[in-house]
Write a protein that binds this ligand. Sequence first.
Ligand SMILES: Cc1cc2nc3c(=O)[nH]c(=O)nc-3n(C[C@H](O)[C@H](O)[C@H](O)COP(=O)(O)OP(=O)(O)OC[C@H]3O[C@@H](n4cnc5c(N)ncnc54)[C@H](O)[C@@H]3O)c2cc1C
Length: 369
Amino acid sequence: MPTEEIRRQVVIIGSGPAGLTAAIYSARANLRPLLIDAPADTEKQTTPGGQLMITTEVENYPGFAEGIQGPDLMVQFRKQAERFGTEFLEEWITKVDLSERPFKLYGDNKVVIAETLIIASGASAKWLGIPGEAKTPEGFGGNGVSACATCDGPLPAFRNKRLVVVGGGDTAMEEATFLTRYAGRVFVAHRRDKLRASKIMQDKAFLNEKIEFLWDTALEEILGTQEQGVTGVRLRDVKTNETRNLDCEGVFIAIGHKPNTELFKGQIEMDEVGYIKTSHRSTATNIPGVFACGDVQDSVYRQAITAAGTGCMAAIDAERYLDHLPIAMPSGDEITIEGEQLPADHSVIIMPSGEVVSNEPPSPTLDDC
Ligand SMILES: Cc1cc2nc3c(=O)[nH]c(=O)nc-3n(C[C@H](O)[C@H](O)[C@H](O)COP(=O)(O)OP(=O)(O)OC[C@H]3O[C@@H](n4cnc5c(N)ncnc54)[C@H](O)[C@@H]3O)c2cc1C
């Protein structure tokens, strides 16, 4: 059992663009945030710095006219958070108790007690686990293999090239259709003889002359060299078991994403896939004092800039939440700022005028959706 206890007003889980932006904002608000950063772990797919650590060129993050390498961008995020006093704790959080405030987070070595919690634990792209798929230098990840067409499709390496998209759902159709803006030809390899994607996405893809479907086809291996990057794929017909090679210069794995929310299951409201539900105009979850930002609550946009944007929102939401909590006075009474009084059960606030109002936390809840 961990023995050392750390108590903080603002605790952030996750060191991707969302978590680090939340840290920058809450550190500048003098809230001394503690940012919990999972150590690198290939199996759990965690890297300090988040998903951008496994990519190369980031061309669409505003402020970098010439583009920037993903890991370099995350170094800048981290330095900025450090500059304003963010404290970092390298720990895997393995258990949380969100049943009452302050919330309790358990790591292997420490217990963290949080007045407010910002969840920025991100999401992980699902991978096939085939040879050639791993990050360079073990494979071609970041050198011809990607899990994000919006992010990497426009890169010069993929322009007018032959690309393979793997998957049969909406994500795969969206990625394949998007890639035809840049690619010469897009092959969609799908294990079955029909798609899982919605009818409208299928129709769009079927009408696109640049897309060719490879039915009943599984990807066995991604081929290439470290100098050239991807040069082809080895395919297997799942009905006949025959294999063949197909020349291509890029592979996009589009078999879905998994939000990193296992830890919070049963304690916080999520959608059917496991994305944390937030109020439509804030980062509030169904638990007052717990906020979620970035890919962990976003199955739609999944970009660094949107993650950073919601990280900023979460810090401001947490700050406002803390501002409205009652303060204990030496007399034993509790007041909030400007003379409002709080009875022992905290259920209402007695205003200086004598008016009695409910003491519901001010942050928006899911009821606002
Ligand atoms: C290959 C690839 C290329 C991309 N390229 C671009 C691009 O060019 N432009 C763009 O805008 N977007 C790009 N994206 C998307 C972008 O990376 C994500 O949208 C963004 O990183 C999401 O940020 P986040 O902070 O929400 O989460 P993440 O970046 O996923 O970070 C989450 C963090 O939480 C930590 N964590 C998880 N669980 C725990 C736990 N239990 N305890 C402690 N810590 C935990 C993880 O270790 C990780 O550090 C790309 C994504 C991929 C996969």
